[in-house]
Design a protein around this ligand. Structure first.
Ligand code: 5GP
Length: 206
């Protein structure tokens, strides 16, 4: 197909695209992402490093790289992270090794980050298209219910997550797309539609 395109025109999907999925904690980012990954072999997940303790259902290397404070310091010092942040007293960061090589090979990478991280990735000037998707709950009450149902944290930690969530919602205008996670299959279909459209986007190079 490439030979049919006039000079200076490229289709976005010919290179890797970074799809950044953000949204308040508890909105269901992990469920949406794991469904997307199971259905699209061109998508890979960027596994973040974190100093937070592992939850019982989480696996090192699949959900996160669970590292010590010293190891995280070393990742920062060696420039191994694309971005990092502190969230509720724990550090989270995106290893460059999870993202750059894959984009160069033409694979699309899904990143799961909090809202500030999404902005940092956009500003990082990766040299690849970056698409910012904000996942929202259908209502505030539903978000509270989902955060509580995790049942892994103290009341103070839950209240802090909800306070941060309120703040994060203010940043919706900085995103490209808004997807409501009322029902998992609908939210996944929404994100898949965005992914398909972005892959077909025409880029005009000067
Ligand atoms: P949790 O402790 O619930 O797994 O994650 C807390 C928050 O940190 C979530 O909003 C999650 O998306 C975000 N997060 C996870 N990994 C990263 C990362 O590498 N960078 C940034 N900026 N946020 C992350």
């Amino acid at each position: 197909m490439k030979e049919l395109l006039p000079p200076g025109v490229q289709v976005q999907g010919e290179m890797g695209i970074a799809f950044v999925i953000a949204g308040p904690s508890g909105v269901g980012k992990s469920s949406v992402i794991s469904t997307l990954l199971s259905r699209d072999p061109k998508l890979c997940f960027s596994v973040s490093a974190t100093t937070r303790v592992r939850r019982p259902d989480e696996i090192h290397g699949r959900d996160y790289y669970f590292v010590t404070e010293e190891e995280f310091d070393r990742l920062i010092a060696t420039g191994a992270l694309l971005e990092w942040t502190t969230y509720q007293g724990h550090r989270y960061g995106t290893p460059k090794s999870e993202v750059l090589g894959r984009l160069q090979r033409g694979l699309d990478v899904v990143l799961k980050v909090e809202v500030r991280g999404a902005q940092t990735i956009r500003r990082a000037g990766l040299g690849f298209p970056v698409v910012l998707i904000f996942l929202v709950p259908p209502s505030w009450e539903e978000l509270v219910r989902r955060v509580r149902s995790r049942g892994t944290e103290s009341e103070e930690a839950l209240a802090e997550r909800l306070r941060i969530a309120r703040e994060e919602l203010q940043h919706i205008p900085e995103f490209d797309y808004l997807v409501v996670n009322d029902e998992l299959s609908r939210a996944v279909a929404g994100v898949e539609a965005i992914i398909q459209a972005e892959r077909m986007k025409i880029l005009r190079c000067a």
